[in-house]
Write a protein that binds this ligand. Structure first.
Ligand code: SF4
Ligand code: ZN
Length: 419
C-alpha cells in the first residue's frame, strides 16, 4: 500500500482523525443545506479543455461576509478530466466529498447530493479557513487518492442564492440520469451484490449490502456505484459477492452474503434477511437518510428523515432513533434506509411492502412525489395510496393517526399482524 502524504494549503489540520467529529449548531460559524438552504454537490466528468487543473472559483460571499451563526446556500461542483475517467465513476467520486470534507478539523458534512448539510466551526473560521479552502481540500484529495483516473480537477463553489437555483438544475438532471441507468436492473437479474464497508471507520461492525433494487442506506451508493468503485479500487470497500445458494427467498437470505457479512462484521452478525425489517434486518451505521420503525397498534411502519426534526408516532425523533439503532447493530423492528429504497419493488416485500407504510413526514411525501404514486400503482395499492399515509398534520402518536387510517381504509389494517 502506498501512503501518500499530501500537503494541503489550508489553515486547518486534515486527517481521518477528525472524521467522527461533530459540530453542534452553537459551535458553527455558518451552516449550509440540510433543509435550511439550497445545497448540492456534484462530480462531473469533463473534457480536457473544460478543466483548468487546480482552479477554484467561489461564486457568492466568502466566509468573511457571512455573519456568525448564519445559514447560506452551498453548491460544490467538482469537474474532473482523466484519460481513464468514466461517467460511471462520477457517483463514486461524489460520495468521497463527504469523507474528504469531514477530514477537516472544524468541518462537518452529512448526507449527499441535494440533501447535503455542511457546518464550518467557529474554530476553523478563527484559524482563517475560507470557503475557497473546501476546493483546496477536494482537489488535493482527488489527485492524491485517485491518480489513476483523475488527471485534472477544478472546483466551483456557489454560495450565491440566485446562482445556486440555476446551477442545481444541472445537478438534478445528472442525479436523475444516474438513477435512470439503474431502472430495469432487478435483484433477480444479477448474480452478484456488492458490499460497502466504507462506514466501518464510524461503525466497525457495519456492512451494507447493495443490490440493484436497494441503494446503500446513506443514499449515496447504488449497485452501479459499488460496481464502479470496485473497478477503480479492486481491494477497496466495495466487494462483489456472488449470492450463491438462497436460504430463504421470501425474507431474502443467501449463504454467501451471510458468510461475507459474518466475516466482515468481526463475527458479530450471522444472518441478514434482505427483505424484512422484522427478523435479522440489515444493520444500520449512522448515516441513513431515513429510518423506519414499526407501529404495533397501526399494524404498520413509519418512516422519518434526518430533515424532519419533529416527534413521530413511535415516540422518538429522528435523532433519538438514530441514537438507539445506529452503530452497526441489528435492531428488529427498526432499520435505517436510503430514501430511494422506499419506492423500490423490493421495499420490505416479506413484511407486505409499500402498503405497510402508515406514517411519514410531509417533507418525505413531497420529496418522493410521483415516484411514490407510481410505486403504489405498481404494487396494486392505487394512485391515491399516498393520501392514506398519515403525516405530522394528522398526528404524531399512534392514537392520533389510527382513526385517520381507519377512515381511509389503509391497507395495512387488513394485513397479517406484524408481530
Ligand atoms: Fe457504504 Fe453503507 Fe456507509 Fe453508504 S452507509 S457509505 S453504502 S457503508
Ligand atoms: Zn454510514
Amino acid at each position: 500500500i502506498k501512503i501518500k502524504i499530501v500537503d494541503i494549503p489550508v489553515p486547518i489540520t486534515i486527517g481521518p482523525a477528525f472524521e467522527g467529529e461533530t459540530i453542534r449548531k452553537k459551535d458553527a460559524w455558518v451552516e449550509f443545506g440540510g433543509g435550511r438552504s439550497t445545497s448540492f454537490e456534484l462530480v462531473r466528468m469533463c473534457d480536457a479543455d473544460q478543466v483548468e487543473d487546480g482552479k477554484i472559483e467561489v461564486i457568492g460571499p466568502e466566509i468573511d461576509e457571512m455573519p456568525e451563526g448564519s445559514v447560506f446556500p452551498l453548491g460544490i461542483m467538482v469537474d474532473i478530466y482523466g484519460r481513464k475517467m468514466q461517467e460511471d465513476f462520477e457517483g463514486v467520486l461524489e460520495r468521497r466529498v463527504h469523507y474528504f470534507i469531514n477530514y477537516g478539523e472544524g468541518l462537518w458534512h452529512v448526507a449527499q447530493r441535494n440533501m447535503m448539510w455542511v457546518r464550518i466551526g467557529k474554530n476553523a473560521k478563527a484559524a482563517g479557513f475560507k470557503i475557497k479552502d473546501l476546493g483546496e481540500i477536494l482537489i488535493a484529495k482527488y489527485k492524491s487518492d485517485y491518480p489513476a483516473i483523475v488527471d485534472r480537477v477544478q472546483v466551483t463553489i456557489i454560495t450565491d442564492k440566485d446562482v445556486i437555483e440555476d446551477k442545481i438544475k444541472i445537478a438534478l438532471e445528472k442525479y436523475a440520469a444516474r438513477d435512470a441507468r439503474l431502472k430495469g436492473l432487478t435483484d433477480e437479474s444479477v448474480e452478484t451484490y456488492y458490499s460497502c464497508t466504507l462506514c466501518q471507520s464510524f461503525a466497525p461492525n457495519h456492512v451494507c449490502i447493495v443490490s440493484p433494487e436497494r441503494v446503500g442506506l446513506c443514499g449515496a451508493v447504488s449497485w452501479l456505484d459499488a460496481k464502479a468503485s470496485n473497478e477503480i479500487t479492486p481491494t477497496g470497500p466495495n466487494q462483489p459477492i456472488e449470492k450463491g445458494e438462497c436460504m430463504d427467498p421470501v425474507k431474502g437470505s443467501w449463504k454467501n452474503l451471510n458468510d461475507f457479512i459474518y466475516t466482515h462484521s468481526n463475527r458479530t452478525v450471522e444472518n441478514v434477511n434482505f427483505y424484512t425489517i422484522m427478523d435479522s434486518p440489515m444493520t444500520s451505521c449512522g448515516c441513513f437518510e431515513a429510518i423506519m420503525a414499526i407501529l404495533p397498534l397501526c399494524n404498520g411502519i413509519m418512516i422519518t428523515t434526518r430533515e424532519h426534526g419533529g416527534e413521530t408516532p413511535c415516540g422518538m425523533t429522528f435523532s433519538a432513533l438514530a441514537g438507539t439503532c445506529g452503530g452497526g447493530v441489528q435492531t428488529p423492528g427498526f432499520m435505517g434506509i436510503g430514501r430511494r429504497y422506499i419506492t423500490s419493488s423490493k421495499f420490505i416485500p416479506a413484511d407486505g411492502g409499500l402498503g405497510r407504510i402508515v406514517w411519514m413526514p410531509k417533507e418525505l411525501k413531497e420529496y418522493l412525489g410521483q415516484d411514490l404514486v407510481d410505486a403504489a400503482v405498481r404494487a396494486g395499492l392505487g394512485a391515491d395510496f399516498i393520501d392514506k399515509i398519515a403525516d405530522e398534520t394528522v398526528g404524531t402518536t399512534e392514537d392520533e393517526i389510527l382513526p385517520f387510517l381507519e377512515e381511509k381504509q389503509h391497507p395495512a389494517l387488513q394485513m397479517d399482524p406484524l408481530m
